[in-house]
Design a protein around this ligand. Structure first.
Ligand code: FAD
Length: 397
């Protein structure tokens, strides 16, 4: 097999983290290639709806944001990474704006929502298509910046060479001084194995983590998988859909069969998911028309104004399925959503293998064993940028 190209930096994966890394490396002067498994558009990032956290509120600060991450992680996060995440959050938002993302505004400032586990309103949104807007802007920047794209080129092998790394990706063999792994998590594959529903796209299968481990990289908390508290349970077309957490931020509450609130609807994700599972196990849940376990999410408490500004896509999807969430409660049950752990990285997103970086869901430590919503897109941008810059610099050295 012939070598199809030699680059300074090779990025694996075209979600928000891979695209942010590619754009940053290219802007730092590197010759960059990006290889991804399916189409360039295919990823989890584009499915993200709810939003992205950054401490812009008057009663908020990066330190307060960091403390919320620490508590939600049950004191398992790597605080060095958390400090980077929360301190660089505002500049990451401004960078996205420069690339063309328009966040929803209100009263002259960002429209901020309070998400589960947060002590202040901190979630910025682009309606409820935040991930779609962010990946589109990053993709446009990568394409116009001259990043060489290899779609339909899944990474199958990674080996060290005298001058860096060699990757076999689909039909291509690509040499690069440094490599950035941004191939996301594995929840789609785990859900398939367990016969469960997942919010993830079919490319979330985790083989790149295994390739990195086989090459000698270290990982942490790989067993810690996150259930999104609010999987859609009915109608059938919404099963496996992640009902945005912003429904709860804007007033929806969880109710049992007796229409009683049984948990703080804005608690950390793992706590809320467990409360739902326990309520159903204690016989206080409800059943969907096709016999699935569920509780109610009372979305009728959301105002028309909030729904139209921050939940238009969710409303459209439910209404297309014959249910109006502003007029009736909807069925919900936790669904497999996110890989909390991953490859061990330092503050520049370098793994324990020299010249191999990891950013986004494939990396571990930033969220410890339980991620807060809105911090994954943020992690993609903050550590994607850091990985891109550092990998470009190392390639030059
Ligand atoms: C439905 C949904 C809603 C969400 N909502 C939010 C939200 O509101 N806020 C938030 O912060 N987070 C949210 N998340 C989580 C967040 O979107 C993801 O964790 C994050 O975007 C992951 O980005 P990533 O770049 O690491 O991975 P992905 O976006 O999953 O991208 C991984 C890329 O790697 C490619 N790939 C996989 N295997 C290979 C291989 N072998 N070779 C080459 N390429 C490969 C994939 O095809 C894909 O292009 C949501 C997730 C889902 C699924």
């Amino acid at each position: 097999m012939s070598v199809n190209g030699s680059f300074d930096v090779l990025v694996i994966g075209s979600g928000a983290s891979g695209l942010a890394a590619a754009v940053s490396a290219e802007r730092a002067g590197a010759r960059v290639a990006l290889a991804t498994k399916a189409s360039i558009q295919s990823c989890n990032s584009a499915k993200a709806q709810g939003g992205i956290q950054a401490a812009f509120g008057e009663d908020d600060s990066p330190d307060q944001h960091a403390q919320d991450v620490w508590k939600s992680s049950h004191e398992t996060a790597n605080m060095k990474l958390v400090e980077v995440l929360t301190t660089e959050a505002p500049s990451a938002i401004h960078w996205l704006e420069e690339l063309g993302v328009t966040f929803t505004k209100e009263n002259g400032g960002y429209r901020l929502a309070r998400c589960g586990g947060a002590s202040a309103k901190r979630l910025l949104q682009v309606g409820d298509r935040t991930g779609h807007a962010i990946t589109k802007a990053l993709r446009d920047a990568a394409e116009s910046g001259g990043v060489t794209l290899f779609p339909k080129s899944p990474l199958a092998e990674l080996s060290q060479t005298e001058h860096g790394w060699r990757a076999r990706a689909g039909e291509h063999v690509i040499d690069a001084a440094t490599v950035i792994l941004a191939a996301g998590g594995r929840c789609y594959a785990v859900a398939e194995e367990r016969g469960e529903l997942s919010t993830n796209h079919p490319g979330a299968t985790g083989e790149v983590t295994k390739i990195a481990l086989d090459a000698g990289a270290e990982a942490r908390d790989l067993d810690a998988l996150q259930y999104h508290p609010n999987g859609g349970a009915w109608p059938e077309t919404m099963q496996g859909y992640s009902i945005p957490e912003t429904t709860r931020a804007y007033g929806a509450v969880l109710l049992n069969a007796d229409e009683e609130e049984f948990t703080d609807s804005l608690g950390p994700r793992d706590v809320v998911s467990q409360a739902i599972v326990d309520e159903v196990a204690n016989g206080k849940g409800v059943e969907t028309p096709d016999g699935r376990p569920a509780v109610y999410l009372d979305t009728t408490r959301i105002s028309q104004h909030d729904a139209e500004l921050s939940l238009p896509y969710m409303l459209r999807r439910y209404r297309a399925g014959g249910i109006d969430p502003l007029r009736e409660k909807i069925f919900t049950y936790p669904v497999l959503h996110y890989q909390n752990g991953g490859l061990v990285i330092d503050a520049d997103a370098e793994t324990t293998l020299e010249g191999v970086y990891a950013c986004g869901e494939i990396a571990g430590g930033t969220h410890g064993r339980n991620r807060m919503m809105g911090n994954s897109l943020l992690e993609c941008v903050v550590f994607g940028r850091r990985a891109g810059r550092a990998a470009a610099e190392k390639a030059r050295a």
